[in-house]
Design a protein around this ligand. Structure first.
Ligand code: CU
Length: 477
């Protein structure tokens, strides 16, 4: 073999080795992902304009009561924004609140400047000021919008609404409704508890309420005929409460999670819906059904608490026969066995717990304050470290919950796939933007880092986020 041939053979071996390494790691996945997932949506040229006025409002959550709410355009939830995929949304936010605010478009891959995080993507919108949001949602599905400043009070007082992006390629359901599910902490008179940051709530699972509403009211009823096939878009808009919807005798299947279609429809029974999560269900009313179906929540108990009803009414209709709209998205779990690119550990720092007996006594006697905060890798927002990715990378992030509380982890700007819980592989077949971690649980997610910008990664329990549980995820071009 002459020198030239040796060189060529060595180069070929080297190339094979490199190709082999690449084959088993990310570029293959990235190409797969890029091929379908980031395909830009063609603009329809249609622009939907809204003016959302955030202001204090006296309103009623349940019959015969009144309380002080903060709303968009005088009601909670704010107006439902429903558009066709490819349409543009232009929203002028006018702030008539006594404090600054902003709007975040939860789950939508908006341009960075439109993400609504005050101090990061825009200046807070001061009282009396306006800010214009404009974007063309790249992905069809069920999304929602909400205040992203002092969410522990602004969200808890009612500043949220639905944003639905319809996909014309999907079958049309005769009944297609959104249920924004919330819980409110009220007294006997239906008045909101004005303590939006009790230290017990911060330390524990956030502010949970006892009054359930759907679309801002109790006693919600959806009327449907026997045989009717319904698309119901469920959104957990609560500050902190985790839901596990109960459908009684009905047998719905999940067709979309956190906006995007699932790869294959699966039973909706037992699915957890953490704050921020959405799930679209496809449910057929049996053709011989009559009366009421109670839809409840059984996350905290065996007996479901009713949150709404489906009332079967009228003459039977023929059940439309089509496959549930599902879609095979690129399987990012191909990166599940790679080493983690980032590890994030969640802890609660409590000065009280760290103090000696004398100091604790002083704190208990109220002679001195004890600070506490939720930390990510030992630092609270805004001091927490920034995780970085290059655009197009599939990254695995390992998140260790070293605390006794639940945390719904929400990432702005990108979707991710859950790939393990407590080091056991999970095959969900869909993407998410929010995932619930149980106490002392470790999860791994694979993020498709496609949208350039510095995005928030935070707990969606509003009081946990407000008390530090947030960091940045930077996707570099
Ligand atoms: Cu949390």
């Amino acid at each position: 073999m002459n020198d030239a041939k040796v060189a060529v053979t060595l180069a070929a071996l080297l190339l094979t080795a490199v190709a082999g390494v690449l084959w088993f790691t990310r570029p293959i996945d990235t190409e797969l992902a890029a091929a379908t997932y980031i395909e830009p949506v063609a603009s329809t040229g249609v622009v939907h304009e809204y003016r959302l006025v955030a202001a204090p409002t006296t309103g009623s959550l349940t019959e015969g009561t009144e309380t002080d709410l903060w709303t968009y355009n005088g009601a909670t939830p704010g107006p439902e924004i429903r558009i066709t995929h490819g349409d543009t949304v232009r929203v002028v936010l006018e702030n008539n609140l006594p404090e600054p605010t902003s709007i975040h478009w939860h789950g939508i891959r908006v341009p960075h400047a439109m993400d609504g995080v005050p101090g990061l993507t825009q200046a807070p919108v001061a009282p009396g000021e306006t800010f214009t949001y404009e974007f063309t949602p790249p992905d069809a599905g069920t999304y929602w919008y909400h205040s992203h400043r002092r969410g522990n009070e602004q969200l808890a007082r009612g500043l949220y609404g639905a944003l639905i992006v319809e996909n014309p390629a999907e079958p049309t359901y005769a009944v297609d409704e959104v249920w924004l599910i919330d819980d409110w902490r009220v007294d006997d008179q239906g008045t909101l508890d004005p303590d939006f940051a009790s230290s017990a709530d911060v330390h524990h699972s956030g502010r949970w309420g006892e009054l359930f509403t759907v679309n801002g009211a109790t006693g919600t009823e959806l009327r449907a005929a026997p045989g009717e096939r319904i698309r119901l878009r469920l959104v957990n808009t609560a500050n902190a409460r985790i839901l596990q919807p109960d459908f009684g005798a009905l047998d719905p299947v999940v067709i979309a999670m956190d906006g995007l279609p699932v790869a294959r429809a699966f039973s909706a029974h037992g699915v957890e819906l953490a704050p921020g999560n959405r799930m679209d269900i496809d449910v057929t009313i049996p053709s011989d059904a009559s009366g009421e179906f109670s839809i409840g929540d059984f996350f905290t108990g065996i007996t479901p608490t009713e949150i709404a009803r489906i009332v079967v009414d009228g003459d039977p209709v023929a059940t439309p026969d089509f496959e549930p709209p599902t879609e095979g998205l690129p399987d990012w779990s191909l990166a599940a066995d790679d080493p983690a690119d980032h590890t994030v550990t969640v802890t609660l720092y409590s000065e009280f717990a760290e103090a000696d007996a004398d100091e604790q006594e002083a704190m208990l006697a109220g002679e001195r304050d004890a600070t506490f905060r939720w930390e990510l890798n030992g630092e609270a927002w805004p001091a927490a470290e920034t995780l970085t990715a290059d655009q197009g990378e599939l990254q695995k992030i390992r998140i260790i919950n070293d605390s006794g509380q639940f945390h719904p982890i929400h990432l702005h700007g990108q979707f991710f796939q859950l790939v393990s819980r407590n080091d056991v592989r999970v095959s969900e077949g869909h993407y998410r933007d929010t995932v619930l971690m149980s106490a002392f649980e470790t999860i791994e997610i694979v993020v498709g880092a496609y949208d350039v910008g510095t995005w928030m990664l935070h707990c969606h329990i509003q009081l946990h986020a407000e008390f530090g549980m947030a960091m940045l995820y930077e996707v570099r071009p």
